[in-house]
Design a binder for this molecule. Sequence first.
Ligand SMILES: C[S@@+](CC[C@H](N)C(=O)[O-])C[C@H]1O[C@@H](n2cnc3c(N)ncnc32)[C@H](O)[C@@H]1O
Length: 389
Amino acid sequence: MINMVNDNGFSTGFGVFTLSRWSRTNTPNEQNLRAWDAADELLLEHLAEVGVPESAKVLILNDQCGALATALVMAQGASGSVQCATDSFLSTQAAQKNVTANGGDLTRVTWLNSLDQAQGPIDLLLIKLPKNLSLLEDQLYRYRDHITPNTKIMAAGMVKHMAAGVFTLFESILGATKTSLAKKKARLIFCQPDPTQWQAATALKTQYLLENTNYQIIIYPNVFSRESLDIGTRFFLQHFPKKVDAEKIADIGCGNGVLGLVAAGKYPEATIDFYDESYMAVACAEENFTRAWPDRAASFRVDDGMSSATPGSYQLIVCNPPFHQHNVVGDFVALQMFRDAKLALQQGGEFWLVGNRHLGYKEHIKHLFGNCMVVASNQKFVVLKAIKR
Ligand SMILES: C[S@@+](CC[C@H](N)C(=O)[O-])C[C@H]1O[C@@H](n2cnc3c(N)ncnc32)[C@H](O)[C@@H]1O
């Protein structure tokens, strides 16, 4: 079931809006969170002061739950346009629901994912600073062709999440950059683009050869563990399931797709389905898989957990679950994935995962599946297996 949690009034210079987080997890922890932060408030306060021309062509990046999109859609005249680009499926869902819930016309917004190009020229570029600097770098290069010296560029973030290299990135890719005073622990960044100084874009994909295989793993900018194989993933691969009779396998929270890729090698007859909420992760898994296995059946799905999976359809599901959703740390996403996995497995199907020992996944899985075996453990990680009875 999909729940809109935390309905709250969000007061801005463009009106008061009711915003919610879009969440299937329904945990008290997440319900106590608002669907916007002080950085959204500060950015909209500044925009209301300086004014947004009715005909402005606006591009919004990384709007987490649609606070910016909702306000801008309501502020815009018919001659203006709003484009929203994000790497997160969850953010897109939340933004669309919030725009609609506040009476905005969804068709007034062009919804882009992080790999899409935007329509230019852009008059106003609004950026919620992402956690990952390489995503920001990709975005500044990706949309630079639509930026002119007249484009107003404003970024907003919470001081505690602002990476040290943010200012340098804006300066080196776009032009002179300055910052506002902090307010409620949020800060704005203003950038004056100067195309005469722009240097060629640098390549942002990284790669490594997966140990003990011939698989060259490419990693896109916003994808987990960009420089090398994650140590938890490595431990999982050392204890990977071998004896399951599997025709259909899922890799949930696939990142660059390394678990599904190894599963394809161990189960030559199986179809592999890859799921992630990051558009870049899913595209990255697809590139890695199709290069290694050009003729194998597989699907690549942007999803929240495996919410779109047919119940009872898999014999094996593998997972290295996330311990945060965007900036919110907690086990709520992992627990939702466990519930999805149970639903998606056939009777007798197996769920295998790796996790940090201290996260206590074993008890949750035992409670959910009625069984949970420790396949392997070391000082840091544990590989667990549960069977759907
Ligand atoms: C710890 S990483 C594991 C990546 C990869 N399986 C590996 O072992 O290298 C967890 C992955 O879960 C994804 N994720 C986070 N929240 C998700 C959600 N709600 N639904 C699906 N995937 C999600 C993240 O984008 C990330 O790629």
